[in-house]
Ligand binder design. Structure first.
Ligand SMILES: *Cc1c(COP(=O)(O)O)cnc(C)c1O
Length: 397
C-alpha cells in the first residue's frame, strides 16, 4: 500500500493525502510552519543553499514547507507537474498572465471574466504596450477571427461569473496554439474535481482558492499550475519570487485541510445546485435559470462534455428587474446576501449592483447581467431548507 505511486491515486485519495510530508515528529495532520526564515548549520551551508547545491529552505517568499504541501496536493488534483501558490486568486491571475507577455504582444480574453481579470486586460496590460481584445467567449467564429493574428496569451473563465457561460476549452486551446500563444484558464468555479483544463490543452490554470478549495470562506488564496517547465522555471518562478505575491503559510495550512474534503463537498454542492435549479425553473416570477447541469442551458452539451458535473453556482433572472431582485434578496431568511462564493453556507448576490457595478450598461448587457439577475452560490445545507427559503422569498419578489 505505502509505496503505491501517488500519481495513480484517485482524486479523493489525492485530495486527502497528496503532498503530505511529515516532519521528524511524525504528526498525522500536516504541520503549520509559521516561519519567515530558516537557520543554517554553517556559513558554508547558507552559501550552498543560495547556490542551489543543497535542499534547504531559504525564505518563505521563495518557499515554505506548508505552502509546498498545499502546492503539491492541488497540483496532483489538476494533473499539473508544477504549481505556485499565491496570496489571493487575483495574485494568481496576475502571475499567470504578466510573465507571458512583453510590450508589443497581443492578449485576447473572453468577455465574461471576473471583474478584476477584466481590469488586467482592459486597464493594466495596455499601459505596458500590450494590445488586448475582449470577445464573446461562447462564439467560436469570434475566437477564429480574434486568433487569426499572432497572440501570445488567451484568458478564459469557464463556467464564468456570474452567468455560468461555458467556453470550449479544447477548441480555444487549438486556436491559441495555432496563434503562437498560451491558453490561461481560470478554473475557480469548476475546481479540479469537476474540470481539468490541462488535459484539454490549456497551458496555465489558476484558481482563487479562497472559494471552493478553502470551502468555508475563511482564508484568501490562489494557485497557478502548469506542465510547461520552461514557463515555470524561467517566468512564473522568478516572477513569484521577486515580486512577492506568495501565499501565507497559515492560509496554505487551512486550505490544505480544505482540500481533504473537496471531492465530498463538490458532490453535495452539485446535487444541491441541480435540485434548486430544477425547482427554480418552474417558478412563475423567474424568466430564466442558468445552470450548466440543466438541459435548458444554452451550452449544456459542451458543459457536460468538459465538466463531470454542473457545479455549485447558478443564476436566476427575476421578471421584475432590480426591484424584484432586491425584494427577493431581502426576503431570504436562511441564505445570506454576500458576494463571496464557494462557501459551505449558501450565498446570494445581485451582480449588477455589487460585483459588476463598475461595468457600463452595455458591458453588463453583453454578458447577460440584467437588473433581475441574482447569483446563487449553493452551499451544503439540507436542500429542503434551501428550497423552502427560496420559495418564501420568491413570494415577495
Ligand atoms: C474570486 C474569484 C477571483 C479572484 O480571487 P480572489 O481570491 O478574490 O483574489 C478570480 N476568478 C474567479 C472566477 C473568482 O470567483
Amino acid at each position: 500500500m505505502k509505496d503505491q505511486d501517488p500519481k495513480n491515486w484517485r482524486p479523493a485519495t489525492q485530495a486527502v493525502r497528496g503532498g503530505t510530508r511529515r516532519s521528524e515528529m511524525q504528526e498525522t495532520s500536516e504541520a503549520l510552519f509559521l516561519t519567515a526564515g530558516y537557520v543554517y548549520d554553517s556559513a558554508e551551508q547558507a552559501e550552498a543553499a543560495f547556490q542551489g547545491e543543497v535542499e534547504h529552505a531559504i525564505y518563505s517568499r521563495f518557499s515554505n514547507p506548508t505552502v509546498t504541501m498545499f502546492e503539491q496536493r492541488v497540483a496532483m488534483l489538476e494533473g499539473a507537474a508544477f504549481c505556485r501558490a499565491a496570496a489571493t486568486g487575483m495574485a494568481a491571475a496576475t502571475a499567470s498572465l504578466m510573465p507571458c507577455v512583453r510590450a508589443g504582444d497581443r492578449v485576447v480574453g473572453s468577455r465574461a471574466l471576473f471583474g478584476s481579470c477584466l481590469y488586467l486586460l482592459t486597464d493594466l496590460l495596455p499601459r505596458y504596450g500590450v494590445e488586448t481584445e475582449v470577445i464573446d467567449g461562447t462564439d467560436l467564429a469570434e475566437w477564429e477571427r480574434a486568433l487569426s493574428k499572432p497572440t501570445q496569451a488567451v484568458l478564459v473563465e469557464s463556467p464564468s461569473n456570474p452567468g455560468v457561460q461555458i467556453v470550449d476549452i479544447r477548441r480555444v486551446a487549438e486556436l491559441t496554439h495555432a496563434a503562437g500563444g498560451k491558453l490561461v484558464v481560470d478554473n475557480a468555479f469548476a475546481t479540479p474535481i469537476l474540470q481539468r483544463p490541462l488535459e484539454m490543452g490549456a497551458d496555465i490554470i489558476f484558481h482563487s482558492s479562497t472559494k471552493y478549495i478553502d470551502g468555508q470562506g475563511r482564508t484568501m488564496g490562489g494557485c497557478v499550475m502548469t506542465n510547461d517547465e520552461a514557463f515555470f522555471n524561467d517566468e512564473l518562478g522568478p516572477f513569484m519570487r521577486n515580486t512577492g505575491p506568495t501565499m501565507s503559510p497559515f492560509n496554505a495550512w487551512v486550505q490544505l485541510k480544505g482540500l481533504e474534503h473537496l471531492e465530498l463537498r463538490m458532490a453535495r454542492h452539485c446535487d444541491n445546485a441541480l435540485a434548486l435549479a430544477q425547482f427554480l425553473e418552474g417558478q412563475s416570477r423567474i424568466t430564466k435559470v442558468l445552470y450548466p447541469g440543466l438541459p435548458s442551458h444554452p451550452q449544456h452539451a459542451l458543459a457536460m462534455d468538459q465538466m463531470s458535473n454542473g457545479g455549485g453556482m447558478l443564476a436566476l433572472d427575476l421578471a421584475g428587474g432590480k426591484e424584484a431582485a432586491f425584494r427577493f434578496l431581502n426576503g431570504l431568511k436562511l441564505i445570506d446576501i454576500s458576494n463571496n462564493l464557494g462557501d459551505a453556507k449558501s450565498l446570494a448576490t445581485h451582480p449588477a449592483t455589487t460585483t459588476h457595478q463598475r461595468l457600463s450598461d452595455e458591458e453588463r448587457a453583453a454578458v447577460g447581467i440584467t437588473g433581475g439577475l441574482v447569483r446563487l452560490s449553493v452551499g451544503l445545507e439540507d436542500v429542503n431548507d434551501l428550497k423552502a427559503d427560496l420559495e418564501q422569498a420568491l413570494k415577495q419578489a
